[in-house]
Ligand binder design. Sequence first.
Ligand code: ATP
Ligand code: MG
Length: 401
Amino acid sequence: MANLVTKESPFSPGKPVSVEYFVARSEEIQRLDRAVKQTKGGSNQNLFIMGERGIGKSSLAGIIHYLAEKEHDFIGSHCYLGGVRTLETMTRVIFQRLFQELTDKSLFEKLREVFGQYIRGVTLFGFGVDFTKNESELLTLLENFQPAVRKVYDTVKDTKKGLVLILDDLNGITTIPEFSEFLKSFVDELATARDSLPLLLILVGIPERRDDLIKHQPSVARIFDIIELRPMSEAESQEFFTNTFDKQGMSIEPEALSLMVRLSGGFPMLMHEVGDAIFWKDGDGNIDKHDAKEGLLQAAEIVGMKYLDRQVYRALRSDTYRSILRKIGKVPLGATFQRKEVRAKIPEKERKGFDNFLTRMKKLGVICETEILGEYRFINELYHLSIRLEAFKAEKERVRK
Ligand SMILES: Nc1ncnc2c1ncn2[C@@H]1O[C@H](COP(=O)(O)OP(=O)(O)OP(=O)(O)O)[C@@H](O)[C@H]1O
Ligand SMILES: [Mg+2]
């Protein structure tokens, strides 16, 4: 029991991964590393890390921030702008974060002097400042954003080679047209300035956020080079599970590993849920097929509550849709289904809404089409398992009643 209480899971579902546990993505890291080097050489770079929810965008951005600081002497600010809806607040978050992330005391003091008029106080433990919330001060800073960023660089350039600015969680700010305009003019100003500024600007978001930006300002499409994140390959997923468990001195039997890899389908977010659930199920440091199965069932429950409940079940309010979902959920795990076959088997009432249902489920990221015309599959097997469990539970409930 004491052992159970003190052990700590190396998995971090729902949080960007720490440097120590980051795996794979070597191609993307190489590209980003190249961008850091080019920036250092004086040609400022603008990138957009794009991918579906939970695919690992913030984690990758975090690694680049880390590498830029550790290996290339950059300083940086990784800002989460979720919920930020004005450029003034964005400006505040950027500067506040920059101070928070500075680990060099002397640079901190130098910058604090330069931006003194905007600083209300220093946080309790030294690093980090309370940046002004005054609207008109923030507006001044925003209107002089490019010179202000340049000032940051000029202040640190004796010891630092460049700046990295990461704008993450863009939902909110991309809804306002001013953000697109801001990006366009900021990047243009940098490009036409007399002196180069070694700044690496990285936006992070799902494809829809990039679409928002382009809708407001079409030039954004060509300003940012895209780094697209896709699900991890089988080998990368294996590496993830093996490494992470290995760091805790735990081993995995091949059958268990292959189940974990298969069901999480290369989605890092699901890999962490699966790993975490199995970690807590295991009692002896060796993960066998039984541990894996138990953990996967638990992970499917969690995924149902955390992701499917809000994003899918609530979006599908109609009983007809729920009923169709349960029917397709019952196809064997990993199997595909044919539109025509399912349609022929369901009652008249469900048949009418069937095509709409398929379109919505595709949009919600639950199913996708295969290469065969009219054939579909679940986007990953863990979602499938979760929906399957829900379907059987609902049936049990119905029988009981
Ligand atoms: N390369 C990686 N190695 C190990 N774990 C990873 C990796 N990439 C992502 N993860 C894990 O996957 C989960 C999702 O990662 P992350 O938060 O970076 O995704 P995201 O694309 O930023 O998601 P969102 O769209 O919700 O912001 C987290 O639990 C994270 O720890
Ligand atoms: Mg993220």
